[in-house]
Ligand binder design. Sequence first.
Ligand SMILES: [Zn+2]
Length: 412
Amino acid sequence: MIKQHELTGTNGSDIKFHNLRAVLLALLQQKTISRVRLARLTGLSNTTITHLVNELLAEGIIEEIGAEESPTAPTVGRPPTALRLIPTARYAVGVHFGVGSVRVAVTDLLAQPLLTLSLEHPLERPAEEVLEDTLALVRSAIAESGIRPTALVGVGVGASGLVDLERGVNLFAPNLGWRDVPLRDWFADALGVPVWVDNNVRAMALAESMFGQEDHRTEALAFVYARIGVGAGLVVNGKLYHGSVAGAGEIGHTTLLGTGGEPCRCGNVGCLETLFSEPVIVRCAQALAEQAPDGLLAMTLREGQGPLIERVFAAAEQGDSATRAMLAERAHYMGIALANLVNVLNPDLIVLGGLFVQGRRWLMPAAEATMRARAFAGLGERVRLEITQFGPNVGVIGAAALALNSFFYQAT
Ligand SMILES: [Zn+2]
């Protein structure tokens, strides 16, 4: 179901921002739209629309692009002039903290990356040194992209683990060993621009709901990212759902095994992450390879190119049936976690990223079949399951979306 309530404006000068927000969101969602249709969609009067549109035209945020292409029947007489956002009117910087890697992008107003840069670091490197390097990367990205400094909305930071949203502090990142890292102040003090910090997977969910395909604007969307860690970002009624202390979506640490589970880095045992994640899949593959040292998998792990996880997928691609069965078995655990997520949130759409982008063919069928079979009373059959179309850039696009979100919601 397409969400419309955010597009509903109210007339009155004291709530101009609310109306501006409704117009900007309508422009974002409709790509091109006439004044008449803007008025219809937002419920605002023609006078209010004229006023707001003139203001946006004067600020160089939107442009007129000739006649509107009618989505319905052809109109009688001269077709109305269409308006659209100018993608290069504003820019944002997205900073994605992964496990042992940082990716930075400069994006336009529609979250399209103009340029991405990345660095890798050993996990034992102190947070402060990683931040120094990241800051240099952000400065290079801004300089290389050649954007006007005045057009920069700000910097969005997708952090690993738990975040204090008010202070912009990365409270706890178990996969990095970070505690109380003041990300917002660090970047804001050094760059002198507004900075927004949120959990990195939650940022990805925001990007899917704001900048993904049109049918991503649903009542409830979950983005599930699985790589070294596993997490979910939830968008409910068009807004990120954070929970009480911004801990919502930690599905990687839901307990899947009641007894006999492996210890998890979070201190619990039998968590999803101990059953499905990149390190677990690589470990399972290595165990398989030991059983058949002359087999295809063992050979690919020994002699193949690139990260080990890619060699595992390559062995599956080349027809190694034991590898395929192992991947399906691992994906089955993810499917159980997805079924639990479906039962709690009842989403219209779940978008998967990370391992699922590369390993789609070997992970999706088992994860999907388990989710649909195990969810309650047919809820699992109705939910749409997709792989992110942002590919490996979903982290930086998500981080940039944190900054762009402020433009669309608190536009001046
Ligand atoms: Zn855990």
